[in-house]
Design a protein around this ligand. Structure first.
Ligand SMILES: Cc1cc2nc3c(=O)[nH]c(=O)nc-3n(C[C@H](O)[C@H](O)[C@H](O)COP(=O)(O)O)c2cc1C
Length: 194
């Protein structure tokens, strides 16, 4: 496969979404560009996210089964840098941020385009990541302003430690390649077996 094919596939990304989660008393969040609307039903709202296994949030979502997805506005680049370029393993990323705890226990940011509180209802092992299907339990936000896309991130405020960012990305890509074929059957714990 050529490097050009990888670049072409990079066009297939969703808007930039901030995910928060909670495991016990621990709160955390990350940025994804893999969130999608995952149901046609206006009554049973669902969305999916793909989270890399090496991210701290991965195990937190896997173990707690809860997350809140926030569609961001184009002017929220500071939040993208805060949640998307550092790990909750190394410190509290949410400290000082305005949020409240939702019904699932995960944080809901005061400032966003829209938020969706989700409970995981199914999951799939992709090898290097897990695809989580979330059922929306509550939603809010006024939907005002322009939605942040990956293009805004690429052309927006430069990430301060670009070298570190590139290094982390390369490490993530190696992990994804090594793990790609190591998929295991996964039956989400809350699903009926029959
Ligand atoms: C624009 C952007 C898109 C990203 N998309 C994803 C994604 O779809 N899935 C994922 O697991 N990580 C994604 N990341 C990387 C995580 O946000 C990043 O590794 C984060 O530091 C993980 O934090 P954690 O270790 O506290 O969970 C993205 C980062 C950025 C800046």
């Amino acid at each position: 496969m050529s490097a050009g094919s990888y670049e072409l596939l990079r066009a297939l990304v969703s808007p930039v979404v901030a995910i928060t989660t909670r495991r016990g008393e621990e709160l955390n969040g990350l940025i994804v560009n893999s969130a999608l609307r995952a149901s046609l039903s206006p009554e049973k709202l669902r969305l999916s996210i793909i989270v890399h296994k090496f991210n701290h949030s991965h195990d937190m979502i896997f173990e707690s089964g809860v997350f809140t997805a926030h569609i961001l506005r184009a002017d929220q680049m500071d939040l993208v840098i805060r949640l998307g370029t550092a790990s909750g393993r190394d410190g509290d990323k949410l400290g000082g941020m305005p949020y409240r705890l939702g019904a699932t226990g995960a944080p809901i940011f005061d400032d966003c385009y829209a938020f969706f509180e989700c409970r995981v209802v199914n999951a799939m092992d992709t090898g290097g990541s897990t695809f989580f299907l979330g059922a929306v339990e509550s939603a809010g936000g006024d939907g005002s302003g322009e939605v942040m896309t990956s293009k805004h991130v690429r052309t927006g405020v430069p990430i301060e430690n670009q070298e570190q960012y590139e290094e982390d990305l390369a490490r993530g890509q190696r992990f994804a390649t090594e793990m790609a074929d190591r998929m295991r059957a996964l039956v989400w714990r809350d699903l009926p077996r029959e």
